[in-house]
Design a protein around this ligand. Sequence first.
Ligand code: 6R9
Length: 682
Amino acid sequence: MEETTQVNGTGVSEAEIGAYWLEEDYVYPSEEFVRNAYVQNQTFLNKFNEENFPECFHEYANLLSWDRYWTTTLDDSNPPFWRWFVGGKLNACYNCVDRHLDKYKNKAAIIWVSESIDEPDRILTYQELYVKVNEFASLLLEMGLKAGDTVTFHLPMVPELPISMLACARLGIIHSEVFGGFSGQACGERIADSKSKILITIDGYYRNGKFIDHKANADIAVATAEKLGQKVEKVLIWTRHPGTYSSKTPLVEGRDLLLDDLMKKHRGKRVDYVPMPSESILFLMYTSGSTGKPKGCAHSTGGYLSYVAGTSKFIHDIHPEDVHWCMADIGWITGHSYIVYGPLANAATSVMYEGVPLYPNVNRVWRIAERLGVSILHTAPTAIRMLMRAGSNPTQYKCDFRLLVTVGEPIEPEVWRWYYKVVGKKRAVVLDTWWQTETGGWLCTTIPSVMPMKPGSAGPGALGIYPTIYDELGNEVPPGSGKAGNLCIKNPWPGRMLTIWGDPERLIKQYYEKYCKNKESKDWRDWPYFSGDAATMAKDGYIRVLGRVDDVINVAGHRLGTKEIESAALTCEEVAEAAVVPKSDELRGHIPDLYVSLKSGYESDNNRHLEDKIKHAISSIIGPIARPANVYIVSDMPKTRSGKIMRRILAAISNNREDYGDITTLVNPDVVEEIRNIVRGE
Ligand code: 6R9
């Protein structure tokens, strides 16, 4: 069998599907939660019934302040490039900051917690955030930036990140934040793709108690971008300790500018916000897909902001009184949508934590939550597993959570129950939220006040979202059949990315081609969205996500493209071929396992220098999260007659499974046994 996109692709084994299929019992929300929730009854849900599509999303858009009201709710004339709230104008910064000043100017908008326990919190009230955002916007204007330009950030979790984002948004400048943990090279590739002339970075930051010299990455990023044809004119550098430049790298004359100095001139400056068309791009977020090149998901101003504001209010149930702590990094979509734009659009207090959950000890998270009175906690199963296994004990602390969110990967029912019982003391509800960088906001989740939870299931479609499971032929898999298939969404929604930056065809190819019923059709019903995930749907419509069916590996809730990792391995001159597969990992969900064959004339050495060299190449080209657990040097890859590497077989070997499928059609069936012996150390 040829390796194609299929349900039982690289990521999910039959055994896993079987295990996941067992349905758990419902768990009901506490009365206390229900009493105080925004959504009180079915009447509200009915507004999102199919017959009210697309106007149902007015419920979301009307949460925002518009400079000009839209004339068309959904322009569906050019599928799948749907446009929402067309004719409308608004500004994302105004909606997240200015409009709250009347009522909430002295309320904390952002509470930043340092990784170091000796450093005080930084609290930005809405007024202070307003002042800082205006000052930085004034500087951006001075740099000659204007609406529609792109700017790349390579920033870690510091308050200057949301300040920079909102300052760009104020002027209609498109921001493109690259996860701080990515390498300089990865950043440079994204600068080149987005055509940014300006990079905003920081001298350094703390991770696991160590100071990381981050500016060194900027020099690599600029050099990489230039090699790819994009000149970076200015590198603007925030400092982790204002006034002190702590990087060892020198400032490049004429290119590198310290923001501490530049900002002095802009103190107290105010800048008018620019009302932007609803379908203008607010930001780019790069993510891994099936090809080696990360794609820039371009999110819109009106559709995206409406969607994250609406899901934050009606599903996340964030009230202005809430202290909301999402532990994701703002360098990922979860941080953009549910640390910055969603909570701030709802005038909430959003906590930002610089560090890792277990630093300097296993109870750090609960200490922070108790001290700040966090009412909503939002994290990934990988963090919950780590806390649980490390013996972290929330019950010793006076934490009082109302709502607990999990996102990024499937959560095992056992881990779910620890979150619910031990962290939430059965008073808090757990929301398992399934979505993607491309989707802007949540797509499958329960509405916690009116629907029971089910451990391990993300729940049904979110408000106005109609998920379905298709088999390979495009037939709907009936709910409750227990059969896994491809998780798809039948309708458009406002949070979906507008397009892929610089490559609109890829939007069609990757997400719509597979199940498009008629490419000539203008009817959105003919254009279901293909997510790339495998799932089952229970009788009640609850979705169980099983994992990726394409060439994406989900490591600790972070997406990595297999092609990206393999290309990085191929930069080592010894490597002839490379294939990476996901290996199950108790803590991180999956980790990459790499198989390489060598060019003739090269041999594996016994002291593992080559394995280390390859691991190092991957860390420095992509970032440490992509570092493989194992590098296996094999004489050849298992291949089909047409020369395709059968990653499915390698995945089975890595995970110690025997379900290789039929190997008789391989050109080299003997290699399977050899590889198995290498992996087992025999
Ligand atoms: C938001 C985010 C998207 C991929 C997605 C899926 C996995 C996300 C999940 C989940 C099971 C959940 N995923 N949420 N799997 N249950 N609640 O993570 O975006 O980084 O683009 O990753 O993550 O496989 O396709 P992104």
